[in-house]
Design a binder for this molecule. Structure first.
Ligand code: PRX
Length: 655
């Protein structure tokens, strides 16, 4: 299709009903909404029945706002549900994962039977290190099969895992290990990035240096080469795991047994350990994975291109697909300018039928051009998913038109680390979609858009997105901090979950997500707190003050822009130079991780403040987005903003 045809489509009615055959054969039918509306709890119980329970629950939901317990009294093992169950049902030879490494010609095919053996060995290995039910295990690993194996081994033992994205710094890792009080860390010697080895273990060594209670560091050999070694603490994966028996007796745990914690950024400098438990989480991730992607486990090849280090990877690379017995692709790499058609090659080769990725990636692939897709047969694709940030209608249309050949439904899925699973999304065989809209809450989910007073907005209105009823995969709290849990999510509107997102309800009652309404930025689908970056910047000895805003960016959704005031005595010539800016960017990378590096840092003698001394971030955002300034009447010294604007127009953006 030509660019003009795409343009024309963008101006058409913009409604895409499901293709007839899909509507007929899809897993989800319109009646599902009625069924859930008639009895929400019975509906979720029916979904929970898809899992294997060693003991059935006695009460489906105990709700003592804001604390929920689902499937109370039930007992199950998450790993058995993800792996053993399928082997016992005769699907041992079925491929669980096609893994493709970021190096040359590196692939692995892992069946469900392979996975069962690997996981049992790993569970036996961890048990030998003394890991028991309830112990936290930190995982700092790239996208390799051993990462999934470690996660499942922890689940098998009832030991909550705390996976930290490998792009986080040693400092960030240390904070998460300490907060979770993990005693064992699993990592690799290094990882491949664009085919080149880069070290991983040094960050763990540095992090664990400040964690006196960590007794073991298990190291998977991934890249080879020398690594520093601490005898008595460090142990090679192959020494610990490879010789273990490949069977392991799984124990059934309480439905509310903690399954994992995942740290995520909020409005304060300290990340929060979002806690998920077992029965409700598995129920909802499996249900949504089946329905939202219309999964047909016998024929589909599913590819979720997220990183396992984020919630999307947990729910839709590991637990959801495995609980449904799906065949998935895991690709270690990310789109790279030197290898622009890699994705299309992979889709053709593996006959991928369901693709799930983030708008940032779609926009990057779009920038490289649809011509790159033409040599490839992508007709295997039948459902396309989007997640992590608002998807602009142009990217949505490009995705459907070029990647999906104009045939495939696009499901824009809204959810969060806290929700554990998809909450608002079209259903492929049911929903008539609109480019850019997440449409309706899934069956069993109650969402609303409310105004400042918590009153629902009428059709056509905008406001705050809230979730009005508990759901099975909801976070059970913030690790070790019930008060913060209450305060963060349940205090803005009493007993109603406040998601932190703005949303619009259109004339048809469909939902459009508008992005965060708090101090959280969304950069390439990664959640980063402005406060956290500010905190890192002011931690630099030459910085007096810093203010950080998320500015709209055509590719990454938002980009980090920092305004920094150097310390008084620091020579002005140093502080305004590139070297200083570079030093600050590196400092942020060291404190948090490369993902938090500001795109642009503007060094300025002063920041705009109100008469009461508050930094006016709103104005800085206007400046960063090159907009006319909003209300400046409360500004103490209006000349400050003029000076910053002058500097902004002189400076280019970094990288
Ligand atoms: O702002 C919303 C945005 O991502 C936030 C959640 O980030 P995180 O916990 O890292 O989880 C990302 C993957 C689920 C939300 O508060 N977000 C996520 N999905 C969408 C979205 N914004 C708009 N549309 C979406 N589909």
């Amino acid at each position: 299709m030509s660019e003009t045809a795409l343009d024309a489509l963008l101006h058409e009615t913009r409604r895409f009903p499901p293709p007839e055959t899909l509507a007929r054969d899809a897993n989800a039918q319109p009646a599902l909404y009625d069924e859930a509306a008639a009895d929400r709890i019975a509906f979720w119980e029916k979904q929970a029945d898809w899992l294997r329970w060693d003991r059935r629950w006695t009460t489906a939901l105990e709700w003592d706002p804001p604390f929920a317990k689902w499937f109370v009294g039930g007992r199950l093992n998450a790993c058995v549900n993800a792996v053993d169950r399928h082997v016992e049902a005769g699907f041992g030879d079925k491929v669980a994962y096609h893994w493709i490494g970021d190096g040359e010609n590196e692939t692995r095919t892992i069946t469900y039977a392979d996975l069962q053996r690997l996981v049992c060995q790993a569970a036996n290995g961890l048990a030998e290190l003394g890991v028991q039910a309830g112990d936290r295990v930190a995982i700092y690993m790239p996208m390799i099969p051993e990462t999934v194996v470690t996660i499942l081994a922890c689940a098998r033992l009832g030991a909550p895992h705390n996976v930290v994205f490998c792009g986080f710094s040693a400092d960030a890792l240390r904070g998460r290990i300490l907060d979770a009080d993990a005693r064992v860390v699993v990592t690799t010697d290094g990882q491949f990035r664009r085919g080149s080895p880069t070290p991983v273990k040094p960050a763990v060594d540095e992090a664990v240096d400040g964690c006196p209670d960590v007794r073991s560091v298990v190291v998977v050999r991934r890249t080879g080469g020398d690594v520093a070694w601490t005898d008595g603490r460090d142990v090679w994966w192959h020494d610990l795991v490879d010789g273990q028996p490949d069977s392991h007796d799984p124990e059934a745990f309480d439905a509310e047994q903690p399954l994992f914690m995942m740290y995520t950024s909020g409005t304060t400098a300290r990340p929060k350990g979002i806690l998920h438990t077992t029965g409700g989480y598995l129920t909802q991730v499996a249900f949504t994975h089946r329905m939202v992607f219309d999964l047909k486990p016998d024929t589909d090849v599913y590819w979720c291109a997220a990183d396992i280090g984020w919630i999307t990877g947990h729910s839709y690379i590991v637990y959801g697909p495995l609980c449904n017995g799906a065949t998935s692709v895991i690709y270690e790499g990310t789109p790279h300018p030197a290898d622009q058609d890699r994705w299309w090659k992979l889709i053709e080769h593996y006959k991928v039928s369901i693709l799930y990725t983030a708008p940032t990636t779609i926009r990057t692939l779009m920038k490289w051009g649809h011509e790159l897709l033409e040599p490839y047969d992508l007709t295997s694709l039948r459902v396309l998913g989007s997640v992590g940030e608002p998807i602009n209608p142009e990217a949505w249309m490009w995705y459907r038109t070029y990647v999906g050949g104009g045939r495939t439904p696009v499901v824009d899925t809204w959810w969060q680390t806290e929700t554990g699973a998809i909450m608002i999304s079209p259903l492929p065989g049911v929903t008539t979609t609109k480019p850019g809209a997440a449409m309706q809450p899934l069956p069993g989910i109650s969402a609303d858009v409310v105004d400042n007073d918590g009153e629902p907005v009428p059709a056509g209105g905008g406001g705050y997105l809230v979730l009005t009823e508990p759901w099975p995969s909801m976070l059970r709290g913030i690790w070790g901090d019930d008060e913060r849990y209450r305060e963060t999510y349940w205090s803005r509107f009493p007993d109603i979950y406040f998601a932190g997102d703005g949303a619009k309800r259109d004339e048809d009652g469909d939902l459009w997500l508008l992005g965060r309404v708090d101090d959280v930025m969304n950069v390439s689908g990664h959640r980063i707190s402005t406060t956290e970056v500010e905190h890192a910047l002011v931690g630099h000895p030459m910085v007096a003050e810093a203010a950080v805003v998320g500015a709209t960016d055509a590719t990454t959704g938002q980009a980090i822009v920092a305004f920094v005031t150097p310390r008084g005595s620091v020579a002005a010539d140093v502080s305004s130079g590139d070297e200083f800016v570079q030093a600050l960017r590196n400092h942020v990378a060291k404190e948090i991780g490369p993902i938090a590096k500001p795109r642009q840092i503007l060094v300025t003698p002063e920041l705009p403040k109100t008469r009461s001394g508050k930094i006016m971030r709103r104005l800085l955002k206007d400046i960063a987005e090159h907009r006319e300034l909003g209300d400046v009447t409360t500004l103490l010294d209006p000349s400050v903003t003029d000076a910053i604007r002058g500097r902004m127009s002189e400076s280019g953006s970094e990288d």
